[in-house]
Structures are given as C-alpha cells and as structure tokens.
Design a protein around this ligand. Structure first.
Ligand code: HEM
Length: 134
C-alpha cells in the first residue's frame, strides 16, 4: 500500500482545523454565537474543499487497491463519519435559514457533529500514520 489519503500539507491542515473547532466551541460556550457561526461556516467550507480535492479521490484509489480487511473498514468508517459531519452542518444551516422546520435547539446536533469530527480526525490521523508507516 503506497497511496496515502493525505499529503503532509493536508494533514497539517486537519490539525489546524481541529484547533479551529475547539476555538469555535469555546466561542459558542461564551455565547459569541455570530462569531462561532461564521468560523464554523468557513471551517466546513474549507473542509469540503479538502475532501473534494484530496481525500475523496484518494479514498477511491485506496479502496480499489485494498483487500477487505480491518483497514478497509477503518477507511469506510473515517469517510462515513466525515461525511456525516458535512450532512449535519448542511442540516444546521438549513434549520437556521428556516428551510427545514426544527423547533428545538440545535445544541445536540452540534455536539454530535463535534464528536463525529473528533472521531473522524482520530481515524484519519491513524490512517495517515499507518500509510506513512510512522
Ligand atoms: C459542524 C459544524 C458545527 C459544530 C461542530 C458546532 C459546535 C457547537 C458547539 C460545541 C456548541 C456548544 C453547545 C453547548 O452549549 O454545549 C454550539 C452552539 C451553537 N452553535 Fe454551533 N457548531 C457548528 C456549526 C454551526 C453553524 C453553521 C452555526 C450557525 C448557522 C452555529 C450556531 C450555533 C449556535 C447559535 C449555538 C448556540 C445554540 C444554543 O445555545 O441553543 N453552529 N455549536
């Protein structure tokens, strides 16, 4: 296996994104909600760009050349958790814009998104280190 899901630069971006995620969560806890919202909108847009440009094409290549073993399922779990974060983010935005009727607070969907993002990052970091043989 010689294809890495991420280049070193893209991996550094993911580490920075997790830092941004914690800053955004801190902003939300401090009730600086406009700033939180703006930071999360930009962070996820950058994330969508990184997925489309780097991770999704690499994932397809990796899955083709990969026997179905634990690593195959780790790749799938990483991709599924990451795409779920994007899905929840779209849901949150549509709920805020009133396109989707959601009468309850959005704290829980956001906590789930935060947890899934951290899970995605942990799996992604393991995949990166494993494919780099570090
Ligand atoms: C994946 C994206 C996002 C994540 C991981 C996230 C995470 C969080 C977290 C951890 C909290 C604090 C919850 C608590 O009190 O324990 C929060 C609150 C909040 N976020 Fe987000 N957020 C995301 C996207 C957004 C977006 C796009 C907006 C604006 C459209 C937004 C607006 C808010 C608001 C208004 C609150 C306060 C909710 C309340 O107290 O009822 N968030 N978010």
């Amino acid at each position: 296996m010689n294809i890495s899901l991420l280049t070193g630069g893209a991996f550094v971006l993911q580490v920075v994104q997790v830092g941004v995620l914690f800053i955004a969560a801190y902003l939300a806890r401090r009730k600086l909600l406009k700033q939180h919202c703006l930071v999360m909108r930009i962070a996820v847009l950058i994330q969508i760009g990184a997925i489309a440009r780097v991770m999704f094409p690499s994932l397809l290549l990796q899955l083709q050349s990969q026997t179905v073993d634990w690593f195959y399922f780790e790749l799938l779990a990483h991709a599924l958790a990451g795409l779920s974060v994007i899905g929840i983010w779209i849901f949150i935005n549509l709920a805020f814009m009133g396109v989707i009727r959601w009468r309850r607070r959005l704290v829980w969907p956001m906590r789930v998104a935060l947890g899934l993002w951290l899970l995605t990052f942990a799996l992604g970091a393991h995949i990166y280190l494993f494919t780099q043989r570090l």
